[in-house]
Ligand binder design. Structure first.
Ligand code: PGA
Length: 251
């Protein structure tokens, strides 16, 4: 099974409008200059910059949101719904990022409800999972990931409407990464759990990204691993050249 890699940039709460526009345009122009690129590229700006970023990329790369409310509309001050994200021209929504699980107390059930809303509107959910340092130290990494998959991934998920991102919480923004052997082991376990939940065919087709301190210097060895189908990149997605160097490892 040949899965097409996806390199996704999670800009988090960074960039003012001009910076967002220039970053998106820079990435999109590099992608457009490639003949037959063998990977997909996604940029996820803060919600307020989705519109200018959609304009900047001119359909050359995909645009995504970093979160969405599970309801279509209503009395939810400060939130953004999936229909709004779709109307703005984005096609992906990150759900369940560890920063949202921690800062906004999102549970697996919340993440699943958001993922269901994303799928219901025809977009693709990037569902994030991953263990904390304490959970890793206690030898619970695989158990935690399996529980998060069971709790956060909707039953209607398939390889078109869901991408999984395995992001060890202790590796996010720290410059630390698991060994390639550890990444390989967790990704294989994640794929097995997807197979148990959604069937072997879906599991073989579904993309599982690695995230957590991916940078130009380590991307090549991480992206070469058997069950790693791309990356969710935070810090290194904020500079065109760094992000592009990561994309290039999959071209
Ligand atoms: P990082 O963030 O690349 O800065 O570690 C990754 C993420 O949180 O998605």
């Amino acid at each position: 099974m040949q899965r097409r890699p996806l390199i996704a940039g999670n800009w988090k709460m960074n960039c003012l409008k001009e910076e967002a526009y220039a970053l998106a345009k820079g990435v999109a122009e590099k992608y457009a200059a490639c003949t037959d690129p063998e990977c997909d590229v996604l940029v996820c700006p803060p919600a307020i910059w989705i519109l200018p970023v959609v304009d900047a990329v001119k359909g050359r790369v995909a645009v995504g949101a970093q979160d969405a409310h599970a309801a279509k509309s209503g009395a939810h001050t400060g939130d953004v719904s999936v229909p709004m994200i779709k109307d703005a021209g984005a096609r992906f929504v990150i759900v369940g990022h560890s920063e949202r699980r921690a800062d906004h107390h999102e549970t697996d059930a919340d993440v699943k409800a958001k993922a269901k809303a994303v799928i219901a509107d025809g977009l693709t959910a990037v569902i994030c999972i991953g263990e904390t340092q304490d959970q890793r130290d206690a030898g619970k990494t695989i158990d935690v990931c399996r529980t998060q998959i069971q709790g956060s991934v909707p039953e209607e998920a398939n390889a078109q409407n869901v991408v999984i991102a395995y992001e060890p919480v202790w590796a996010i923004g720290t410059g630390r990464t698991p060994t390639t052997k550890d990444v390989e082991e967790v990704h294989a376990a994640v794929r097995a759990e997807i197979a148990a939940k959604l069937g072997q065919k879906v599991a073989e087709e579904m993309r599982i990204l690695y995230g957590g301190s991916v940078k130009p210097s380590n991307a090549k060895e991480l992206m070469a691993l058997q069950d790693v189908d791309g990356a969710l990149v935070g810090g290194a997605s904020l500079k065109v050249d760094d992000f592009w160097a990561i994309v290039e490892t999959c071209l």
